[in-house]
Ligand binder design. Structure first.
Ligand SMILES: Cc1cc2nc3c(=O)[nH]c(=O)nc-3n(C[C@H](O)[C@H](O)[C@H](O)COP(=O)(O)OP(=O)(O)OC[C@H]3O[C@@H](n4cnc5c(N)ncnc54)[C@H](O)[C@@H]3O)c2cc1C
Length: 400
């Protein structure tokens, strides 16, 4: 945000209220007068409201207001790894299609990488009207600097109205950098998107205050409206065989592809069972499992069902199972056909990550546990009795 901030020294009493109010530590006292470090100040205005003596004045630069009508189209940043488009990109194209149709604009895919031109066809068959393609050796593996620089350049030239990106490790790192560079609004970790057609506003819904409320965030004064969206909360775009998108190939000078970091190696995480986010069946354990050793009964059940192993944060925080297995607000969002929750109470932060599962089976010794409110089938009992019994029965029926 452009603008200026002034301290009227004659009014400043040296009370230090502004120092305490500044969330960025940008104000210090010198000779009992407030001094602002402009290299740190973000012009957020917290000090202005805190000052009881009207000693601070903030002027925001109205001249910097954007012409919002110059921004058109819905963009989806399509993440690919080693030449494979990640499924989150198809989910975003599905949602982006709906938004673009309601706004009466094009749905555009942004594809960055090296040797990725063949993937453009896949994106057009998933409904993209246009694909922006930048192919360069420096984009072969994800690196913050060149990816940011390229997306910034594209956004400044073509001015999209909306940019969607997966709330993945790459997406989170990339679009936050881009948003700052192009002075855009960004809502992270959305679980629902809607359009206010009249105002052309993207209504971005995400959990807030520890998941106790769902907040809908709008970006009325800036464009593009940018959002990262959680994996597995939107439906994938259907394939439209033969659908052809316009391909816009862009090339930039070598300067644009420069990186301050160098990728030395990529070490894939070793998953003991199938990938949690992609699994059809998940067996998950919580604090009610009682000990790390007791997770072996869940592993036995997971093996018989060819399921992935999930966990509540309580189990992860107790070091019973690695974080990569955590389901929920601060873990993974999953949407399997069957989710079997064992010794998990069903706090909202856990439910956010799994409540869209097709079938939920809950095993808990407390008949009043909140998990039973979302469960399709509930079993009241001790996990150490019920889970081995389930394993035995499935083994018998499935002949495994
Ligand atoms: C900002 C924030 C983010 C969070 N993010 C997440 C997240 O991503 N994922 C997540 O899971 N949590 C998250 N939490 C934590 C969440 O609030 C809960 O604390 C957590 O989910 C509880 O885990 P639990 O159900 O395993 O444990 P508990 O709530 O302690 O429940 C244990 C359950 O096991 C049952 N039980 C006990 N013994 C047995 C037995 N022998 N047999 C059968 N049942 C038994 C009990 O009746 C109880 O219902 C977050 C919290 C905050 C504040």
């Amino acid at each position: 945000m452009a603008g200026s901030i002034t301290i009227f020294l004659d009014k400043c009493t040296g009370c230090t209220l502004c120092v305490k109010a500044c969330p960025f530590g940008a104000i210090r006292m010198s000779d009992r007068k407030a001094v602002i470090d402009m290299a740190v100040c973000t012009l957020c205005g917290a000090c202005v409201s805190a000052c009881k003596f009207s000693a601070i004045e903030l002027k925001k630069d109205e001249g910097a207001k954007k012409d919002l009508s110059a921004y058109k189209d819905v963009w989806v940043f399509c993440e690919q790894k080693k030449g494979v488009i990640q499924s989150i990109s198809f989910e975003l194209l599905g949602e982006g299609r709906k938004l673009a149709d309601r706004l009466g604009v094009r749905l555009c895919a942004v594809l960055l990488g090296h040797g990725v031109e063949p993937l453009a066809g896949e994106l057009s068959e998933r409904g993209a009207d246009r694909v922006y393609l930048v192919d360069h050796p420096s984009l072969g593996s994800y690196q913050d600097d060149p990816y940011t620089e390229v997306l910034v350049k594209l956004a400044l030239e073509y001015r999209p109205e909306i940019i969607l990106c997966g709330a993945t490790t790459i997406g989170r790192s990339l679009v936050s950098r881009v948003a700052v560079r192009i002075d855009a609004g960004l809502t992270a970790d959305c679980t629902a998107l809607e359009i206010d057609e009249k105002e052309r506003l993207l209504l971005q819904t995400r959990p807030a205050f520890g998941g106790n409320i769902m907040a809908t965030i709008i970006t009325p004064n800036h464009r593009p409206q940018m959002a990262t969206v959680r994996h597995k909360v939107m439906k994938e775009a259907p394939t439209r065989k033969g659908h052809k998108a316009e391909i816009v190939r862009k090339d930039y000078t070598e300067e644009v592809f420069r990186s301050r970091t160098r990728l030395i190696d990529v070490i894939a995480e070793i998953e003991e069972t199938v990938n949690l986010a992609e699994a059809d069946i998940i067996v998950a354990g919580g604090r009610g499992m009682g000990s790390p050793g007791n997770f072996s009964v869940l592993q036995d059940l997971a093996k018989v069902l060819n399921a992935a192993l999930g966990a509540s944060r309580a189990a992860v925080d107790s070091d019973w199972i690695p974080y990569s297995h955590q389901v929920g607000q601060t873990g993974k969002t999953v949407c399997p056909k069957i989710y079997i929750a064992c010794g998990i109470s069903g706090q909202i932060q856990h439910l956010i990550g799994m409540q869209s599962s097709n079938i939920i089976v809950a095993v808990n010794k407390d008949p009043e546990a909140p998990i039973f409110k979302v469960a399709t089938y509930g079993i009241v009992g001790d996990v150490m009795d019920v889970v081995p019994a389930l394993t035995r029965e499935f083994k018998r029926i499935l002949k495994r």
